[in-house]
Ligand binder design. Structure first.
Ligand code: ADP
Ligand code: MG
Length: 374
């Protein structure tokens, strides 16, 4: 269990983390979601003891990260946004070094390193210098370092940034596999990524926690959308004519025409339901409708609503409270666990590339600056 209490971080006058308060249960996958600059990395750096807080507390498995840093940190594996890789070391040397830092006993070291090398598929490149690896491989090495020793909690800051789609799928599968036995916390500014793997999402905006719930509940919070979509074979000018005098319509947006079918979105004025009126308007003129439906609210809408505006909409806060109140107990339901089991059984498909085809970095010095992060 992880507890973050009233966490504040100021950089000079800038409030990067603004009174964050949350508890995370063991065994789930949590996603920190927020736009760039929201305060995700700062929060993770504080949670892992890499950065001091201005105010507040972080308790990891009952241990305060400041008062008992060693006991607290021992439970965490961390992949920071810029993994602290030593460019002049080989993969194997680096992982053995990391095992040393984690105080993995000497006799278990070989086995521990072998195990993570197999898990993230870097065994084939273990003799290569890290500086000669591609971004994807470096990210795997960083991940191997985080997972080494299999701490209870694995924290990954934007683990898929800079990776190609295939590598992203591989990392995602690895996260699913790890989630079987570990609490995983990952951050991303990309919604689709978080929704794929997380049981629970914490949306952070301007240093504040603006929402935290399951993806499904978050979608419920905005209520119904105010957009009705129609499909028809009627020409745009005729659609507009038919809808012109229908009360409650804010505006009509004709979307596209495919195979002679036109799709249009009708935005309603606040509190109106214009579906029946649209139907009558069309039927009254002898026009046909192929589809008439209210669009559903997507997690995307929720994310935009919460992170683009200065304040969280009141309706959202109200709904959030209602859902929290109606929730009986905070226990993961059985269905969830079954799903987890299924995906965990599937072997991750991270492919072990032939070492000969491992992409090598251009010797153009473009990445020289990386050494500064050591
Ligand atoms: P995220 O990871 O969500 O993109 P960060 O935690 O990196 O956000 O940054 C949060 C805010 O704090 C940003 O406005 C960023 O510019 C600022 N910030 C981060 N690190 C520093 C620092 N070392 N000094 C000053 N400001 C910082
Ligand atoms: Mg960040």
């Amino acid at each position: 269990m992880i507890e973050v209490r009233n966490l504040v971080k100021k950089y000079g006058n800038h409030l990067a983390v603004d009174h964050l308060d949350f508890k995370l249960e063991s065994g789930k996958v949590y996603g920190f979601l927020g736009p760039n600059g929201a305060g995700k990395s700062t929060t993770m750096n504080i949670m892992t003891g890499y950065l001091g807080a201005t105010e507040g507390q972080v308790i990891i498995g009952g241990r305060d990260i400041l008062k008992e840093p060693e006991a607290a940190k021992k439970q965490i594996g961390y992949l920071p946004e810029q993994p602290p890789l030593y460019m002049e070391m080989t993969v194997r040397e680096y992982l053995e070094f990391a095992a040393d830092l984690k105080k993995i006993p000497r006799r278990e070291r070989e086995e521990a390193v072998e195990e993570v090398e197999r898990l993230v598929k870097v065994k084939a490149v273990e003799e290569r210098l890290i500086k000669n690896l591609s971004k994807g491989y470096r990210q795997r090495v960083g991940l191997a370092q985080a997972v080494l020793g299999f701490p209870d909690i694995i924290i990954l800051d934007e683990p898929t940034v800079g990776l190609d789609p295939k590598q992203i799928i591989e990392i995602r599968e690895l996260i699913r596999r790890l989630s079987k036995e570990h609490t995983v916390i990952l951050s991303s500014h990309i919604l689709a990524e978080i929704r794929e793997v997380c049981d629970y999402i914490l949306i952070i905006s301007r240093g504040k926690l603006v929402a935290s719930d399951t993806p499904e509940n978050l979608e419920k919070m905005l209520g119904e959308s105010d957009t009705v979509e129609i499909e028809t074979e009627t020409e745009p000018a005729v659609i507009e004519g038919a809808l012109k005098n229908v009360p409650g319509i804010e505006r009509v947006v004709v979307m596209e025409k495919t195979d002679g079918i036109i799709r249009a979105q009708i935005h309603e004025k606040k509190g109106e339901d214009v579906r029946a009126r649209i139907f009558s308007a069309f039927a009254g003129r002898g026009l046909t409708l192929l589809t008439l439906r209210r669009l559903s609210v997507s997690l995307e809408d929720v994310f935009m609503e919460l992170t683009q505006k200065e304040t969280v909409p009141e309706a959202f806060i109200k709904k959030q409270k209602e859902i929290a109140a109606s929730r009986t107990e905070e226990q993961p339901d059985v269905e969830d666990q079954d799903e987890r089991q299924d995906s965990a059984q599937a072997e991750p498909k991270m492919e072990e590339d032939d070492p000969e085809t491992v992409e090598l970095r251009d010797e153009d010095g473009e990445e020289e600056g990386d050494d500064s992060s050591l």
